[in-house]
Design a protein around this ligand. Structure first.
Ligand SMILES: *Cc1c(COP(=O)(O)O)cnc(C)c1O
Length: 227
């Protein structure tokens, strides 16, 4: 299958799934996760009309962003954030999905240029409380959300999560429901979030059924990654 064919197949599934739960498919953004993929494949995706791209490693992403510079593309940082890399993220990305510490938020805020629009931010939540994953625990979200709201160069948009790999649709929906409930609770507290970044190649349909607004899909578009 070609990259353009894969994108079309996924877009069809997004539309079909949105219809199944009476959602507007235009409210769901497909982020093509291009980490560990060569630039030629990204170019093929752009040719197919893809505009949103996700990257996880700063050093790998910068040459790609520089080479593909175009005002119509939107770059999302989705990987773990080291504090010595925040400057590069603040200068080169439009979105960061993986903020999980106040210190990181404060650095991004300080380093975001006043000549750029505010950096769109999601809080990453470690929904299955796995030691191997980054993300904040539910109990600590509110202070982080308040800190981000207090940062003038950041715009708090929503939540991101990478659940465990669940095999069945029921289990997948269960974990996405838990994320949605946390999202709803934050909105009841007045945070006005509109972004739920959840769902990857194997579980994006379950995520859409539970309210995902951004799905992050790598292998189903580009094939296996070269590590
Ligand atoms: C790699 C990655 C993805 C894409 O995963 P696939 O299974 O290849 O679709 C999505 N989100 C994050 C945060 C990732 O690191």
């Amino acid at each position: 299958m070609s990259i353009s064919g894969n994108i079309k197949t996924i877009q069809d599934k997004i539309r079909e799934t949105a219809k199944r739960c009476q959602r507007d498919p235009d409210g769901i953004t497909l982020i093509a996760v291009s980490k560990k993929q060569p630039i030629e494949k990204i170019k093929a995706a752009i040719q197919a009309g893809q505009k949103h791209f996700g990257e996880s490693y700063v050093q790998e992403a910068l040459p790609k962003i520089t080479a593909l510079t175009s005002p119509s593309l939107c770059w999302h940082f989705i990987g773990p954030i080291q504090s010595n890399k925040t400057q590069w993220i603040a200068e080169n990305f439009q979105w960061v999905h993986s903020v999980d510490r106040i210190k990181i938020a404060e650095r991004l805020d300080k380093q975001r240029s006043p000549f750029l629009p505010p950096l769109h931010v999601c809080i990453e939540i470690n929904i299955d409380q796995e030691d191997t994953k980054s993300g904040i625990t539910e109990a600590n979200i509110v202070p982080l959300a308040q800190a981000i709201v207090g940062c003038p160069r950041l715009k708090l948009c929503g939540l991101m999560a990478i659940p465990k790999f669940y095999d069945t649709l029921e289990e997948q929906r269960g974990v996405f429901q838990r994320i949605k409930r946390i999202f709803d609770r934050l909105n009841q507290k007045g945070f006005a979030l509109d972004t739920l970044s959840m769902g990857m190649s194997h579980d994006f349909q379950a995520a859409i059924l539970e309210g995902a607004t951004h799905v992050r899909i790598g292998t189903a578009i580009f094939g296996e990654r070269s590590d």
